[in-house]
Design a protein around this ligand. Structure first.
Ligand code: ADP
Ligand code: GN1
Ligand code: MG
Length: 359
């Protein structure tokens, strides 16, 4: 462990060894293997230019969730993240390089999954993400900092993508002409949800915005949902972003960075399980939101694929990568899924209709 990390850990009153932990693409996550255990994270300041704003959001959201969980007779240390303050009482610490660190109670006997092992995991995850939105339905949205501006604004994401293509900072553009065309051909899709929100056809809610399966912890014994984690991007958004992003990841037959594309397709059974859990948890969902559920999966998958490809074109400055083509490999899985979702669209609509008729 570096002297710097040791010093910063001391500011939380700890002097233990840190073990790198988890597979997140953004923050540096460590386990403090004491009894009890803690999670220690360096916040990615390239992604989050206002880490204090991030922590103010996390603190406000977790305080709100705590109260709800206690009122429901639940265990707040297990069912939401608990921020461990630094010795000076702040929910974070800063080092001399301007890097910010935070600590959470480690949630025991629960784990996250990078691959779905059983579709029921998606049913349980969906209930968790749906309940998460329910518990935040009365959270004062104006209290939240917009920590990543236009995070799921697919029109502005499309503009970012076009800029990355034009600038071609890493000189890789010529090698990915087909992939670039795949995104450019789908420009019209990028307006649908954004325009509906602007026109008041879709309500703005407080949403998680990063609902991949490894951002929910499931109980190791029962498989049921325990806690929604990774609250950095909780901001006003659409329920469709949470639904679509969860199935972008969870509805795939394989890993986000699977190199063998013959192993990647969109699994309608997984879709059915997640949709059922989400619709059960969210009786407040509107008819227009229901109508757009399958579309949202395609949209969030297209958005994520275009972000991976833009990062590849920009020279891999945003997502953590483990080898030079990593972002391109990720973009390929996303585009394969987009194509498969397009092909299975009618089937997905029929699944949603069936769930709604029987709920
Ligand atoms: P990133 O923003 O980089 O994705 P996360 O906050 O999602 O970082 O953390 C990465 C991983 O660490 C998670 O997928 C999860 O496995 C684990 N983790 C994070 N917080 C906790 C916690 N409080 N208790 C147990 N595991 C956690
Ligand atoms: C990042 O933080 P993590 O690994 O859960 C990203 C998401 C992407 C995801 C793709 C703040 O999520 O938006 O969908 O990678 N988070 C941020 O795997 O950009
Ligand atoms: Mg995460």
């Amino acid at each position: 462990m570096s002297t710097d990390l040791k010093t910063i850990l001391g500011k939380f009153g700890f002097d233990e060894t840190l073990v790198p932990y988890g597979n997140g693409h953004i923050n540096d996550t460590y386990l403090i293997n004491t009894t009890p255990k803690y999670i220690f994270q360096k916040i990615n300041k390239n992604v989050f230019p206002d880490p204090v704003g991030v922590m103010e959001n996390v603190k406000a959201v977790t305080d709100h969730l705590r109260k709800k969980i206690i009122a429901n007779g639940g265990d707040p240390d297990r069912e939401t993240l608990t921020v461990v303050p630094a010795l000076d009482g702040r929910p974070y610490c800063c080092d001399d390089n301007g890097d910010y660190y935070r600590m959470y109670i480690f949630i025991e006997n629960a784990r996250s999954y990078d691959l779905v092992e059983d579709p029921m995991q998606l049913y349980h995850a969906a209930k968790m993400f749906g309940n998460f939105q329910n518990m935040l339905a009365d959270f004062p949205a104006e209290k939240l900092h917009e920590v990543i501006v236009n995070f799921h604004n697919t029109k502005s994401r499309f503009a970012d993508f076009k800029r990355a293509v034009e600038e071609d900072k890493a000189g890789r553009g010529a090698t990915v002409a087909e992939e670039i065309k795949f995104v450019l051909d789908r420009e019209a899709d990028c307006s649908v949800v954004v325009d509906d929100i602007a026109a008041g056809r879709i309500p703005l809610r407080v949403t998680h915005n990063d609902t991949k399966l490894n951002n929910v912890l499931l109980d190791e014994a029962t498989g049921e949902g325990v806690c929604v984690i990774d609250l950095d991007t909780v901001m006003p958004g659409s329920l469709l972003y949470d639904f679509g992003d969860a199935l972008r990841f969870g509805g795939s037959s394989g890993a986000e960075d699977e190199k063998d594309l013959s192993k990647i397709w969109f699994d309608t059974v997984k879709f059915e399980h997640f949709a059922r859990g989400f619709l059960e948890a969210l009786p407040s969902i509107t008819p227009r939101e229901i109508e757009l559920l399958p579309f949202s999966v395609k949209l969030m998958t297209l958005e994520c694929g275009s972000r991976f490809l833009a990062d590849y074109l920009n020279g891999d400055t945003y997502f953590k990568t483990h080898y030079p083509e990593h972002n391109l490999v990720r973009a390929h899985t996303q585009f394969k899924l987009v194509k498969d979702i397009e092909d299975k669209y009618d089937e997905l609509m029929a699944i949603v209709k069936n769930i709604c008729e029987n709920r």
